[in-house]
Design a protein around this ligand. Sequence first.
Ligand code: THG
Length: 266
Amino acid sequence: MFEVIGERINTSRKLVQAAVAERDADYIIIDVTKQQEAGAAFIDVNAGARIGHEEGDMKWLIDTIQPIATVPLTLDSPDPAILEMAFQMVENTPMINSISLEKERFDAMMPFLSGKDCKVIALCMDDAGMPNSADDIVDRAKRLVKELNTIGIGTSDIYLDPLVQPISTDTAKGVMVLDAVRTIKSEFPEVHITGGLSNISYGLPQRKIINRTFVTLMMDAGMDSAIIDPLDNKIMATIKTADMLLGNDSFCMNYLKGVRAGQIES
Ligand code: THG
């Protein structure tokens, strides 16, 4: 079944940033509860937006969320030291977001992840920057799986993020990622494919229809997770419907549950 990583606890969102700055625990607890009720399989926690406050904000967020969390946390930071601190605070096996092949980040993350029991989001990014072709993405994916396997992270605990890029700057960017995901999944059937989707629509109007259509195509290619807003009923309805159509919803139970809950309508 498709796994939604709830993206809302991110200080780049204005209301979350204000709640974090004011240490408004109720706001955070209500938001996380809603994401869980909407079907989030993980709650992403990103405290990166208030410069100079990431460590304190991350600690406070974990202290606030952990007592009411019914699903694992996705610890989201580019800073290995923040991830290490957060990892030590959580009681349940978290997901780490993220590692990449950028040398500085990679060298700091590998000893930290070595032998750990956790899931890992691995970005198909290296020091050459964003991937420029499907082969680029596949090549980076292979290197990431190999390196992570070597330090004891099993393939089914790896969530590859192929890094979606704007279709407005190059109309081949959609097919590039779709082709890469198909190749990666044929090579590593057990690996997960995740990521943010909204980059695909950057620079175009009516972005959400683009994001929803793209997630459908990505799911056919093999994407089985995404970092999205679980309170967006339209994308959730699209995902549940596509998951059913792809044969991942036995007896159509989830689809029917979504309809009864008022989350899915024609
Ligand atoms: N891959 C991985 N991790 C990620 C991303 C990714 N983590 C962060 C990000 N991308 C996904 N998370 C969010 C969280 C919130 C928003 C978007 C992505 C969001 N953005 C509003 C907007 O763009 O309009 C901000 C508006 C506001 O201020 O509320 O809500 O790709 N591995």
